[in-house]
Design a protein around this ligand. Structure first.
Ligand code: AKB
Length: 316
């Protein structure tokens, strides 16, 4: 059954995209997973990315052309502007994050594809949300353009499911940390940069303050959660807005202490910038019991296990 699926990943050059394509190709085979991004790839990169298509998610006709060319059955839509970058260009962020989603949801509504994955984020929560062990259902008043777009996107996903029977699934990702690709424009990016700087310079200047605790997740957990949710039987996916998802929570001070167990001379300093305000509006930890109960989610990595693995790979 799985072999018949043809998957299009939109935004495959981003932080999650590359690893998701890799994970999906292990399951479905290289030729059944089509990577796509707005970037043209050079010849060397194309060899590993193939099959690859250059695609702007705002161009619905082009998405449709690719869907027809490969007989695509599922789309994973990852193209988006993240929290910090979106604040610099709010109207473009709104356009990209919302109209990209509509283009894909409409293709599903029109019957051209069977299933859609679209990531939401902890950014759907805001300063009035309870910050510790944030429940699935709670006050949501996001005050960033990224958060507003993700919350609105969640509402539309649920609407398309209820009104048009579109099989759309979503997770509220925490900050994602991986060694394979760089993050792009988020508030949680420091938690990736810090590992690279620890190896290169044994020091790091953090753009968040020392006790800013945020929900985070190691990339293998995020990829597993994504694929598990997409593989879950439809009846088990009871939430069609987006599921809370939890891995671990830590502050810059706590990750620095963990890094010191690998690099005892490592030093962190703090110089909070505009991203501090965004971080202060987000939860510190997340209750993901709905994901656990509905489709059996459980994270495997904590801060120590993740750091060991990050250093093992980055030092190589
Ligand atoms: C960001 O920091 O913007 C993202 C996110 C939490 O969605 N990593």
């Amino acid at each position: 059954m799985k072999a018949k699926e043809k998957i299009l990943v939109i935004g495959s050059s981003g932080q999650i995209g590359g690893e998701l394509v890799e994970g999906l190709r292990t399951i479905y085979g290289q030729e059944s997973v089509i990577a796509s991004d707005i970037k043209d790839l050079d010849n060397d990169a194309l060899i590993t990315a193939a099959p690859y298509e250059t695609l702007n998610v705002l161009d619905k006709n082009r998405i449709f052309e690719i869907v027809q060319k490969y007989e695509i059955t599922q789309i994973y839509l990852l193209a988006a502007l993240l929290s910090a970058t979106a604040e610099k260009n709010p109207m473009f962020a709104w356009d990209l994050n919302m109209n990209g989603l509509f283009n894909v949801l409409d293709l599903a509504k029109e019957g051209h594809i069977k299933k859609v994955y679209w990531p939401s984020s902890i950014a759907v929560f805001g300063p009035t949300t309870p910050r510790v062990n944030t429940p699935q259902y709670t006050i949501m008043e996001p005050n960033t353009v990224y958060g507003i777009s993700k919350q609105t996107g969640e509402r539309w996903c649920e609407y398309y499911f209820n009104k048009y029977n579109v099989d759309v699934r979503s997770l509220r990702y925490p900050g994602l940390i991986g060694y394979k690709s760089a993050p792009g424009g988020g508030t949680t990016d420091y938690a990736v940069h810090i590992y690279h700087e620890a190896i290169k310079h044994q020091q790091y200047e953090c753009f968040l303050s020392e006790n800013t605790s945020l929900p985070m997740m190691y990339m293998p957990d995020a990829i597993k959660a994504t694929i598990d949710l997409m593989h879950a039987e439809a009846e088990k996916v009871k939430i069609r807005s987006a599921y809370n998802l939890s891995g671990m929570s830590f502050s810059p001070k706590e990750i620095a202490l963990e890094i010191c167990t690998h690099f005892p001379t490592f030093k962190i300093s703090y110089n909070p910038d505009s991203r501090q305000q965004i971080a202060d509006s987000w939860p510190q930890s997340i209750d993901d019991s709905a994901a656990q109960n509905d489709w059996g989610w459980k994270a495997q990595y904590d801060l120590k296990k993740m750091s060991n693995d990050m250093f093992k790979h980055l030092i190589k």
